[in-house]
Design a binder for this molecule. Structure first.
Ligand code: ADP
Length: 425
C-alpha cells in the first residue's frame, strides 16, 4: 500500500514541479528569443540607414560598390530606376529573384500607403521566405522620388545566423529541461520516501504492538479456559482453587488491557495532564510506604532520601507521577534479589529541575538492552520475565515523563544494579 502511495505522491510532486518548471522555462525562452529578434532587427535598421545614406551620396553606382555593399552575401540588393532593373540585378539566381518577388509582394500587402508618399523613404520589415512560419528574412525597401524619376532599392538580409542561434538556444533549453526533469523525478522519489518513512515506521510499530498484545493476552486466556473446564469437573477446594486462578488471570488481563488503552491514548495525544502543585517528597514517601510490605517480604531494604531543606511544590499531575514511581519501585522490587537495597531520592539540579532517583543493587541491565527497555512489550530477558510484568511499565512511565516535558533515563548503579532517573521541570 505504501509503495502505491509513494509512487502517486512522487508522481504528483514531480508533475506539479515539472509543469511550473516548463512554464517558467518557456517564458524565459520566449523573452530571450524576442530579445534576440528585436536586437537583430534594430541592428539591421541601423545598417540600412548607413547603406541608404551611402547610396544617396553615390553619383555613379558601380558593380564594385554594390558588391562591397552586399558584404559577401550578408545582403542581397535589387535596384530599379524608373521601374527598369539595374544591369547588376541580372547576376541574381532564380531563387534570389523569387525571393525579391516574395519580399515585394509582402511589402505591397503590408505597406499599401507607401506608394502615395511623394518624398524619399525607406521601410524595414521582416518576412518568411516560404510565406509560413516565423520570419527568416529582413527586407528594406528604399524609394527616392526626388527629381524627375523614381529610384527603388530592395535590400534583403537572410537571417540564417539568427535562425541557427535560436535553434541552438531551443536545443539547450530542451536539454536543460530534460536534465532538470530527471533530477526532479529523483528528488521527488527520495523526498516522498523520507516523508513517508515515519508513517511506515508507525504502521510497523502498530503491527508489532498488535502482535505482541495478542501474544500477551493469549497466555492468561489459555489459563482461564483450561481452569474453567477443570473447575467444571472438580469440586470443593479444588474447584475454589481453579476459580481463584480464573479470577487472578482475569485481573491480569484487565491490567494489561488498561495499560494498552493508556498507551493508545498517549499515541493519539488523548492524555489530559492535570497540573497541580504537588509535594514530591510526600508523594515519594507514600509510594515507598506502599511498597514497604512487598520489599520486606523479599527482605529488601527500601530507603527514601529527601533533601534537608523544604522542596518547592512541583506543578504536575499527581496521579500520573505516582504511577511512574509505582512502576519504577515495582521493577526495583521485582528485579532485586533477596537481601538487596533500594534507595529512592529526591533533589533539585542546577537548572532547578526536580530529580527523582530509584536505585537498586539488583540484576542490572546490560548496556545493549538499555536503549530497548522503553519499547513496548520489551523485556530484557524473556526467560526471567515475571507474572504481572508485560514489558509496558517503562514505556508508560517514559510517556508520562514526556507529557510533563520531563525525561526518564537509566544508568548503572555504582557497584551493580540499575538507577532510574526521572527529571521534571
Ligand atoms: P516489565 O513490566 O516487564 O517490568 P518494564 O517496561 O517496566 O516492563 O521493563 C522492561 C524491562 O526492563 C523489564 O522486563 C526488565 O528486563 C528491565 N528492567 C526494568 N527495570 C529494571 C530494574 N530495576 N532492574 C533490572 N531490569 C529492569
Amino acid at each position: 500500500m505504501f509503495r502505491k502511495v509513494h509512487l502517486r505522491l512522487a508522481g504528483l510532486c514531480a508533475g506539479i514541479t515539472a509543469v511550473i518548471l516548463l512554464a517558467m522555462s518557456l517564458g524565459c525562452l520566449y523573452v530571450s528569443e524576442k530579445g534576440l529578434r528585436d536586437n537583430s532587427f534594430i541592428s539591421f535598421q541601423n545598417d540600412m540607414n548607413t547603406v541608404i545614406g551611402n547610396l544617396e551620396q553615390q553619383t555613379v553606382i558601380t558593380h564594385e560598390w554594390l558588391s562591397k555593399m552586399e558584404d559577401h552575401g550578408k545582403y542581397l540588393i535589387h535596384l530599379t530606376d524608373n521601374g527598369v532593373p539595374f544591369f547588376f540585378n541580372s547576376r541574381s539566381s532564380d531563387a534570389e529573384t523569387l525571393l525579391f518577388e516574395t519580399a515585394l509582394r509582402e511589402y505591397e500587402t503590408r505597406f499599401p500607403d507607401d506608394t502615395q508618399t511623394e518624398d524619399s523613404f525607406h521601410t524595414e520589415f521582416s518576412f518568411s521566405a516560404s510565406g509560413r512560419g516565423a520570419p527568416d528574412h529582413y527586407a528594406c525597401v528604399a524609394v527616392d522620388r526626388r527629381g524627375s524619376g523614381s529610384f527603388q532599392a530592395l535590400i534583403l538580409a537572410p537571417q540564417l545566423q539568427l535562425q541557427r542561434q535560436i535553434r541552438m538556444q531551443r536545443i539547450l533549453f530542451l536539454l536543460l529541461d530534460a536534465a532538470a526533469l530527471c533530477a526532479l523525478g529523483l528528488f521527488a522519489w527520495h523526498f516522498t520516501r523520507i516523508l513517508l518513512e515515519p508513517l511506515e515506521e508507525s504502521r510497523r510499530q502498530q503491527a508489532r504492538f498488535v502482535s505482541a498484545a495478542s501474544h500477551e493476552l493469549r497466555t492468561p486466556l489459555a489459563v482461564i479456559l483450561s481452569c474453567a473446564s477443570a473447575a467444571e469437573r472438580a469440586d470443593g477446594t479444588k474447584r475454589r482453587h481453579f476459580l481463584e486462578s480464573i479470577r487472578s488471570e482475569g485481573s491480569r488481563m484487565s491490567r494489561l488491557i488498561d495499560d494498552m488503552l493508556l498507551l493508545t491514548r498517549a499515541d493519539s495525544h488523548g492524555w489530559t495532564i492535570r497540573r497541580e502543585p504537588t509535594e514530591l517528597d510526600t508523594l515519594l514517601l507514600d509510594a515507598c510506604e506502599t511498597f514497604e510490605p512487598m520489599a520486606s517480604e523479599k527482605r529488601l531494604r527500601l530507603t527514601p532520601f529527601l533533601p534537608g531543606h523544604p522542596v518547592p511544590a512541583c506543578r504536575c499531575d499527581r496521579e500520573r507521577i505516582y504511577q511512574v514511581l509505582f512502576i519504577l519501585l515495582h521493577n526495583a522490587v521485582s528485579y532485586t534479589p533477596e537481601g538487596g537495597q533500594i534507595r529512592v531520592s529526591l533533589d533539585l539540579d542546577e537548572q532547578k529541575k526536580f530529580r527523582i532517583r530509584v536505585a537498586d543493587d539488583g540484576i542490572g541491565i546490560p548496556d545493549a538492552e538499555k536503549a530497548h527497555i522503553f519499547e513496548r512489550f520489551y523485556r530484557a530477558d524473556q526467560s526471567r520475565s515475571q507474572k504481572g510484568h508485560f514489558g509496558l511499565g517503562l514505556c508508560i512511565a517514559s510517556e508520562i515523563a514526556l507529557a510533563h516535558r520531563g525525561s526518564l533515563s537509566v544508568e548503572d548503579t555504582p557497584g551493580g544494579g540499575s538507577t532510574f532517573l526521572l527529571r521534571l521541570p
